[in-house]
Write a protein that binds this ligand. Sequence first.
Ligand code: NAD
Length: 485
Amino acid sequence: MIQDYIDGKWASSSAKNSVPIINPADGKEINSCPMGTEADVALAVKAAHQAFQQWKLVPVVERIQYLFKLKTLLDANVEELARLVTQEHGKTLVEARGSVKRGIQMVETATGMPTFQKGEFLEDIARGIDCVTMKQPMGVFAGIAPFNFPAMVPFWFWPFAIASGNTFVLKPSERVPLTQQLIFKLIEQTGLPKGVMNLVHGGKEVVTALCTHPDVKGVCFVGSTPVAKYVYTTASALGKRAQALGGAKNFMVVLPDATIDKSVATALESVIGCAGERCLAGSVIICVGDETYKQVKERMVKSASDVSIGNGMDPNVQMGPVISQESKERIKGLIQSAVDEGAQLLVDGRKDVDHLPGFFLKPSVIGEVSEKMRVAKEEIFGPVVLLAKVKTFDEAISWINRCSFANTTTLFTSSGPAARKFCSEIAPTMIGINIGVPAPMSFFSFGGSRDSFFGDIKAHGASSVNFFTEEKIITQRWMSDANVW
Ligand code: NAD
């Protein structure tokens, strides 16, 4: 059973229950994760609250030194971290390495906190009166992570939180908690003062306790939309800061002037990368015009059929398993729903996989998808390409803008004006032009809109300092009757 990390020490959870941590490539149990309790959260928040009293006084240039040390340690352990990600999540080693490196970039960016946390000053807003602003840390922040990026997602938040002078309690996904065990061992090696970073394992009880604890000032969440709503409403009703990134349904539009071969290859990678378990995974590919649809369909069927699946540790494998048997069955059910609703099953990824150990599916390609079908509305989170056809670009834009999710979207085109129109009119807020997974890097902010994001300030980048700090505005006048100096 894995342990929590509270107040600078590894400690056993008070949990009565645990869940197995399963390698999805072979279905075997690797370890188990305690389903922690409110009491564990109370201990972690107490430690973080106490640590905050000193940590907030440490100058920012000293605070970031721990992040520089961590960056070096992370660099030295990329391979071990990536192997853990592959082992507990299933994605290929290439994908796992990429995600670890994206996480490290968050640490690098957060070392810019002396610049990000600067306030403003304006002399003489009125005669003899100046105005100053400063961004002060607030206290304890909590982070709650999903299963699909065991290393990267927590880095979206905590380096920015602690560099700006707050302390933190992290709850990883109970399905993939092992990578964070190693990351916390590396954090420990930096000599970070005890209580600044804490780790509590568990599920709903821990999440609720974090969202309701009086000493937690803000909550950062990434996961499915129903839980994102729950976290956002619970925390914000108690006056806490909350940013909750939810699920997605991502559309890609192919215009007749797109470079079809490259667009299809890019779109397929977007859909099947990480076995479709990315919040930025493409899902519905809307082709404008019959000829575009025909060409995309032909190439997509061929390319998707050629994808090799297997254990992500094998360098020849292009796609690993999905996270669980339950997830596999859910995806199979969604494929069947499309068939039942009249779509055309062009490649059936459910075939020839059940003899494999683990939770494998091959890529599926479904044609003639229409807006009313369940597959066109629900997040699949699996390797299923949906092909649809419309007559005009405006029809494609209207379809996307009617969707309740609005995370990311991509346009394939060689037309500048079309790209400009798309960026201006489309609802999703992370937009790709001929880019399949337009994931904003650490120095930009990350987050969708509508049911894909609840909150105001998005994750990471320079603006995230506003989430983790309270701005004070000081209007000052120095009164003096005589020039004594
Ligand atoms: P999930 O919502 O099941 O779990 C996320 C976290 O919430 C976990 O830590 C889990 O322990 C906790 N949790 C689960 N059920 C809960 C409940 N009823 N009450 C309180 N807490 C609960 O999500 P997941 O399956 O781990 O991750 C996949 C989802 O995350 C997908 O919908 C995906 O789109 C989304 N995601 C979104 C982004 C984004 O940037 N918008 C990024 C990654 C993943």
